[in-house]
Design a protein around this ligand. Structure first.
Ligand SMILES: *Cc1c(COP(=O)(O)O)cnc(C)c1O
Length: 388
């Protein structure tokens, strides 16, 4: 069965699209001219300073991706074999992977049905004597319930980490994602599918100078940074006294991320306008539910995810949309279902939404014409593939 004919627009509408242009190219040109293209150079320093200011915190540490950032955060917080870390179940599996990297065990906690962020009650119920901390996830760019989570982690004497991969520019209770009142350490992504990007990249935010120094050193082999060694009168011979990784961000990438950070308000406004338009156009179509934003939060709209009514064949809808040139995909993953984590307890809300979520195009370059085409296409495809 095919959907009602809809006048196609000229070009396909991708699910996501980076907003990169002349300003970023100019910044890259300047890095080439400077000669410092590797990590921990002046562009990394400038990015870190600007990002810490943006998050209203004291320290930022730039790294090569958010997964590495989460790994470093857990190491700084002392996580190791035998420990348990409670992880929001509905997320890209990088979150759970970061716990496995340390030799600890991820314990997945179910999510709230409206915001899809971790349910504080599920977190409280998952705490055991082995729990070292909690990783909350800002799903699709909406902050988790940090006030409620903080109360639980403070009472238990464990840490709270924010996986803000999708939430650069989000706010919670008027405070930016990454603010120290939200979590002890926050980790962010500059991957191509996120709101601001340099291709691949990540950054950490924390109020703790101790954690920042620890993470910076472990991101560079366990040795002091090249910049810190400059200016000494004697030949500086680095000492490797800790086992570190090479998680550095190149200065080429840092320069791009810095331009993107300067442009963020404009990019966020365009995503927010697109989200409002989607909400208006889907109103009254009862086979899909549009996203719910908590009253005390600003969303970044890294993704725009519809919840399909039970009985709609999501796979068929997504394939129909793709055939029309409209990007479509699942929302994100129910981590507990992924074989890499073994046989772990079910998180029913997360499992249900893993089956019913449909991500549709969302990026800062969407035009009104494209949004209308996407909505008409979704309505057509969902109507055609609704079986109850
Ligand atoms: C994208 C994403 C990650 C991984 O980010 P990378 O920079 O690609 O490592 C982690 N957590 C969440 C919630 C994500 O969406």
């Amino acid at each position: 069965m095919t959907s009602a004919p809809i006048t196609p627009i000229h070009a396909p509408v991708p699910l996501g699209e980076p907003s990169l242009g002349e300003e970023e190219l100019d910044a890259v040109r300047q890095v080439f001219e400077s000669g410092w293209v590797a990590g921990q150079g002046p562009q990394n320093r400038a990015l870190e300073a600007a990002f810490a200011t943006f998050c209203q915190t004291d320290h930022a540490v730039a790294v090569n991706n958010c997964t590495a950032a989460l790994h470093l955060a857990l190491l700084a917080l002392g996580v190791g074999p035998g420990d348990e870390v409670i992880v929001a179940d509905y997320t890209y599996p990088a979150t759970g992977h970061s716990v496995l990297f340390t030799g600890a065990t991820p314990v997945f906690a179910d999510i709230l049905p409206d915001t899809w962020c971790v349910d504080p009650e599920a977190v409280a119920a998952a705490i055991t004597p082995r729990t070292r901390g909690v990783i909350a996830v800002d799903v699709a760019g909406q902050c988790a319930d940090y006030a409620a989570l903080r109360e639980i982690t403070d009472r238990a004497g464990v840490f709270l980490v924010e996986d803000g991969a999708c939430s650069i520019g989000a706010t919670y209770g008027g405070k930016p994602s990454g603010h120290p009142d939200l979590a002890d350490i926050a980790a962010f992504s500059f991957h191509g599918r996120k709101g601001i990007t340099c291709g691949e990249g990540g950054i950490l935010a924390t109020e703790s100078s101790e954690h920042a120094a620890f993470m910076r050193k472990r991101a560079s082999f366990g040795v002091e940074s090249a910049l810190a060694r400059q200016g000494s009168n004697e030949l500086p011979i680095p000492v490797f006294d800790e086992l570190g990784y090479n998680y550095k961000l190149s200065d080429i990438s840092a320069a791009i991320a810095l331009v993107q950070l300067r442009r963020i308000q404009g990019l966020l406004e365009r995503r927010r306008a697109a989200a409002s338009r989607y909400e208006e156009l889907f109103a009254g179509f009862d086979a899909v539910t549009t996203p719910v934003t908590g009253a005390d939060r600003d969303h970044t709209w890294q993704s725009y995810i519809l919840t399909l009514a039970p009985g709609v064949d999501r796979g068929a809808v997504a394939m129909d949309l793709r055939a029309r040139g409209v990007g479509a995909n699942i929302g994100t993953y129910a981590s507990h279902r992924e074989p890499v984590y073994g046989d772990v307890p079910v998180c029913p809300v997360s499992a249900d939404l893993f089956g019913r979520h449909l991500a549709i195009p969302m990026h800062a370059n969407l035009t009104d014409e494209q949004i209308e085409f996407v909505v008409a296409s979704v309505v057509g495809a969902v109507t055609a593939h609704r079986h109850s």
